[in-house]
Write a protein that binds this ligand. Sequence first.
Ligand code: FAD
Length: 458
Amino acid sequence: MSFDYDLIVIGAGSGGVRAARMAATYGAKVAVVEEFRVGGTCVIRGCVPKKLYVYASRFRDEFELAESFGWQVDASFDWPTLVAAKEKEITRLENAYATNLAKPGAEIIRDRAVVTGPNSVKLLKGDRELTTKYILVATGATPFIPDVPGRELGISSNEAFDLPELPKSILIEGGGYIAVEFATIFAGLGVDTTLVYRRDRLLRTFDKDMSDGLEFGLKARGIALRYNDGVAGLAKSADGVTVTFKSGDSASYSQVMFATGRTPNTDGLGLETAGVVLDGQKNIVVDAFSKTNVPSVYAVGDVTGRAQLTPVAIREGWYFAETLFNNNPLTVDHSLIPTAVFSEPEIGTVGLTEDEAVAQSGDVDVYLARFRPMANTLSDRQERVVIKLITEKDEGKVLGVHLLGPSSGEMIQMVAIAVGMGATKKDLDRTIALHPSAAEELVTFKSPSYSYRNGTKV
Ligand code: FAD
């Protein structure tokens, strides 16, 4: 049977672009259908603009610290300048992505795609049907907004990047990485910022010492925290939005942002017509090769709910293309994925948290250091760097590394190589320290701060 294409990719984001580019490089006839902008969430309204805004917001801390080193800084901030500069950069990246797709011959179709069968896709705007040997669904995820009265008065991260003006005050609901990153961005840019979260600690899947250190840092930057509470409803007020909280309190803010999770983009995609199975959260269920229960339909990235991170989507897209179009079957190892939270203070983490390590092994040693970063020692800033190493007992294998403080994201990327190679505490000890640095602490721990034996702290 002949098809219009060997592969139709739905979604030109991190996973889809990599898969399409590699498949085309290996000689496949490929079309990528994108309904919004090439580059997807990461480039257009995720990692890239987020990190640019993080840089912008961090100047506040730098200016404050600069004074302790003898500088006098008279600074002011202009939001439209940042938004315009960000737009220029993401447009450059968007064009680069489109060029990289075109080079090996992948065709970009600007439309919304709907699956109409195991080997067919319909373009809604173009009103035509295409046939294909394989379909790759790489449609990503979308912000989840709770179903509360007045929800349309709030924004999500999608809109936060392009607000016409910087709000005077903002309430952000959520306790995950997007919530805390945007809280530090807005606070750094001078916005009176409040975080509300239904639980009693931020980043609850992270090691508790990271959450605690983050809480200290957020409070030190003037961010108000409301735990065990949530938004019950929104109503328009004279100069913004009045929020009624679940606790019964109410308060007004210029802006309200929901950072309450992301749901996979599977609604209205026609997957049921092809018989593709979804899980209870509407993620596409795939095997280790990213294949769905329908042999011609594959899925990668956020839409599969495995790990909602760009490098993971890219790797899944790449290995999909290797497997199908280069006769080189590869599966992605989803363990030991390094993660950063670009809040202020920043967090970098890889491997097991203390609780996970104890639950898994029972016999672990914990090495913990807290100290003021050297850059702060000339000021009265009390914030501490936190460095935590979790190992198997008696200087065994490193199970987890958790860092909080400047450049933790950069550090953890390097540490992840050693952890992935199975490094032990002894391997770290053999490494000569680099002085003066915060990271040297990782290779100079003498004895455990505390240990667990048979799951009990000793
Ligand atoms: P996406 O990049 O979301 O691409 C999906 C594409 O499919 C979109 O362009 C969409 O328009 C298109 N699409 C959807 N449905 C259709 C359809 N029916 N027809 C045609 N096109 C369709 N990850 C990190 O690793 N580091 C970070 O620092 C980081 N920061 C983030 C910050 C924010 C605010 C957000 C929201 C996300 C962040 N992420 C980060 C996550 C990262 O952006 C995603 O994991 C990544 O983009 C997933 O790639 P993907 O290919 O699965 O989907």
